[in-house]
Design a protein around this ligand. Structure first.
Ligand code: APR
Length: 230
């Protein structure tokens, strides 16, 4: 039997590492209009703006570090085992991976990857993509595009015992459906957010990810150890 803990993270978990959330200021992301840099139409209209934007974001990754919230989630997977804990992130940064999480679905893609626009081949990013290039695009899911790994995520949610949403506004489909899917499967649903959302979670922990995730993980680990002893 598996415990089936599914954790969904959003931009809020990386905020304290210094990366902007999406809905901080009126549809702007790092000072750009979202439509300009996060839609296929934006890329078609102006490739240099999009390539420059993502080249800049990738370079920024070198200046930021995973926080204790990312590390705590990696610890949870390590303590309970990857068969018991699955992390789904909407974030395109690599902070969960760098913190050591391995059972992870990056449902909106990964900043550190590029994708061939014709063949779909995915490569690791090693150097800046030339600004006029339209052959390689960021391997991130833009508005209007299909989420990565949705079938696998839905399967995990359908057998989950617990669903935890951390630092996400829950405004974007399909992530905003996950709590309901897990709840229908009998899971306990928990939200950790600095500003609670309107979604009907069973439990809410209000506070920053850095403050709240490590003690939450500690409680889960202690609980798991107690159950295993009996
Ligand atoms: N700790 C916990 N929560 C935080 C913190 C923090 N330090 N800082 C902000 N938050 C919360 C905010 O209250 C908000 O609910 O994080 C959430 C961030 O919401 P969004 O900016 O909407 O980010 P996210 O939910 O990840 O967006 C989902 O939308 O634009 C698309 O593809 C993009 O993946 C993104 C998706």
């Amino acid at each position: 039997m598996t415990l089936g803990i599914v954790i969904l993270t959003g931009a809020g978990i990386s905020a304290e590492s210094g990366l902007s959330t999406f809905r901080g200021a009126e549809g702007m992301w790092e000072g750009h209009r979202v439509a300009e840099v996060a839609t296929p139409e934006g890329f078609a209209a102006n490739p240099p703006v999009v390539q420059r934007f993502y080249n800049g974001l990738r370079r920024r990754l070198a200046d930021v570090e995973p926080s204790v919230a990312h590390s705590a989630l990696a610890r949870l997977e390590h303590e309970l085992g990857p068969h018991n804990v699955h992390l789904v992130t909407q974030n395109v940064d690599d902070l969960h991976q760098r913190a050591g999480s391995t059972a992870i679905t990056a449902m909106h893609g990964e900043l550190r990857q590029i994708r061939h626009t014709a063949t779909g081949e995915v490569r690791s990013w090693t150097q800046d993509v030339p600004e006029t290039d339209t052959t390689w695009r960021p391997n991130v899911v833009w508005f209007g595009e299909r989420t990565i790994g949705l079938a696998e995520i839905t399967e995990k949610l359908s057998s989950a015992g617990m669903f935890v949403a951390i630092g996400t506004s829950g405004t974007v489909y399909p992530a905003n459906q996950f709590a309901a899917i897990a709840k229908a499967a009998g899971a306990i649903t928990v939200e950790i957010n600095i500003e609670p959302t309107d979604a009907p979670f069973d439990r809410r922990i209000v506070g920053s990810a850095v403050q709240c995730v490590p003690p939450f993980v500690e409680r889960l680990v202690q609980c798991y150890r107690r159950v295993r002893r009996h």
